[in-house]
Design a binder for this molecule. Structure first.
Ligand SMILES: Nc1ncnc2c1ncn2[C@@H]1O[C@H](COP(=O)(O)OP(=O)(O)OP(=O)(O)O)[C@@H](O)[C@H]1O
Length: 445
């Protein structure tokens, strides 16, 4: 769970009954018209990309939006930022909104980077003096050297985005809207962007983030919202929403429909708050998420002690086994098995695979039953955790899950007396073993 979950319930962003229709040429659709009527004469058709979407974001809240390509995420962000108007509905935003969408859209190609940065600042309501104050931080962030004094038309696309990103992110926004797919650049620039977004969050800013990295959503967000075909499917605790979305995205077409129907049955349509209630009800107890089988089936996942007995309470520093059986309903090639321990908020604490790259089990025949045993030392700090189980067929390009159970086992780690460890991992700092932590005076006053 992120560090500073908001206590303030006043909405920073309120989205009420938003729908967005686009007019698309029927030439883009197959059928009679396309075959027999020339393109200019074909009537335009309406395509609904957002359908009666309502939700609120509290001040200080970080909301993550997930959904497949074309589900309406970018359209929604553009409407929140005022770049696009909705066909129906209303959006209210309290304070200054800064967006990393349409980056550098207002830059004049003939002006230098510096001139564009000042003009952009003025456009966002900052005085020349205020921009003078901000400029060292902006230039430092953009890090494009002498190019700042050259016309932006001479920039590479990377430089262009770096400068635009630097200006947008230093606008002291009350609400920051980020489409993470735009966070281009090398790894260190991406890290810098995320550090800055984190700073805005820590200072009480509201952030709306679209990301295809589900791990980012779980780590950064207080709330997650899952969109599908222009509608909200679920809204609530990130680990739960992301888990349900992952299960959906990895299911066959028929099962996707069943999953959506089941969620729709639980939530009253068009009442987003109900989604939250659903989350609270379901996330309150351990609920393994069993994916559909794809040629294999994981059975009986459990943690056992050295004596072979199942355990639910683990003691720090002791050795255990995580074990499960896999029944193969079809022949399988290049098979490997995995485990992943997650915190309650869904953060991946650590895991293991049974075989390294290029080293998987070459062939497992239909009807085989294999038993996996991962030996591990409990190096987690006291808390409640979950373990996944997965069996994959590993390919050159990509791997396919033959079966997967998310949150297959829940366990608790119990503390030892004199524990000094903080965070998730126990690095072995412990009072009982006096040599692990010592304080020595190396200079007298
Ligand atoms: N200007 C437009 N004209 C016509 N259709 C559009 C327009 N903009 C978006 N759409 C359609 O609206 C739907 C939602 O698009 P949107 O870009 O919001 O999805 P998205 O969830 O952000 O997708 P991605 O993850 O691929 O960025 C898509 O089917 C898209 O084709």
């Amino acid at each position: 769970m992120p560090d500073n979950a908001s206590k303030n319930t006043a909405p920073a962003v309120s989205v009420q009954g938003i729908s967005k229709d686009f007019r698309v040429s029927s030439s883009e659709k197959p059928g009679f018209l396309r075959r027999f009527v020339p393109a200019p004469l074909r009537p335009a058709e309406k395509f609904r990309s957002l359908d009666n979407v309502s939700f609120g974001v509290s001040i200080g809240e970080t909301l993550g939006i997930v959904g497949r390509n074309g589900s309406g995420k970018t359209t929604l962000l553009k409407i929140i930022c005022g770049i696009m108007t909705p066909t129906q509905g209303e959006v209210r935003v309290r304070g200054r909104v800064s967006t990393l969408l349409d980056l550098g859209a207002g830059f004049a190609p003939e002006f230098t980077g510096l001139e564009n940065a000042y003009t952009n600042g003025a456009f966002m309501g900052f005085s020349r003096e205020k921009m003078d104050e901000k400029m060292p931080a902006i230039l430092d962030f953009a890090d494009i050297g002498e190019f700042i004094h050259r016309p932006v038309k001479t920039y590479s696309s990377g430089m262009y985005v770096r400068l635009a990103f630097a200006v947008a992110i230093h606008a002291d926004p009350d609400v920051l809207v980020v489409d993470e797919t735009l966070a281009v650049g090398d790894e260190s620039f991406r890290r810098k962007c995320f550090a800055r977004i984190n700073q805005i969050r820590r200072n009480g800013g509201t952030v709306i983030l679209v990301s295809h990295s589900l791990q980012n959503i779980v780590e950064l967000c207080h709330t997650a919202l899952w969109m599908e075909r222009g509608k909200i499917i679920l809204k609530g605790a990130p680990s739960f929403v992301v888990g349900e979305y992952e299960r959906f995205a990895n299911s066959s077409f028929e099962n996707q429909k069943i999953i959506l129907d089941r969620i729709a049955d639980c939530a009253e349509p068009q009442v987003p708050a109900q989604g939250d209630r659903l989350v609270e009800e379901l996330a309150g107890f351990h609920q393994p998420r069993v994916y559909e089988t794809n040629g294999a089936c994981i059975l009986n996942p459990r943690i056992i002690g050295r004596d072979g007995r199942p355990v639910g309470n683990l003691i720090m520093g002791r050795d255990y086994f995580y074990t499960y059986d896999v029944r193969f309903d079809q022949d399988a090639k290049n098979v490997r098995f995995g485990m992943m321990v997650k915190t309650q908020s869904g953060l991946e604490a650590g895991g293991a695979v049974s075989h390294g790259a290029g080293d998987a089990l070459e062939f497992v025949e239909k009807g085989a039953l294999l038993r996996l045993r991962f030996a591990f030392k409990c190096q987690l700090t006291p808390n409640v955790y979950f373990i996944n189980a997965g069996v994959q067929s590993v390919g050159d390009e990509n791997s396919v899950y033959l079966h997967r159970i998310v949150d297959a086992v829940m366990f608790r780690v119990t503390p030892l007396p004199g524990l000094l460890a903080t965070g998730i991992m126990d690095f072995g700092a412990h009072l009982k073993d006096g040599e692990r932590v010592s304080v020595e005076r190396v200079q007298k006053p």
